[in-house]
Write a protein of this length. Sequence first.
Length: 42
Amino acid sequence: MYPEGCLINPEGNIIVVFEKDLNNPNYEGFIEFWEIINKKNS
């Protein structure tokens, strides 16, 4: 089995998502990793 859900670090700039693989639903899933970079124009 696989975990389902998401984790967000306290700063809110890194997100990890655990999802079920809809193309192969039997005990398979994948992990998405997102890093949010805040760029401000001067």
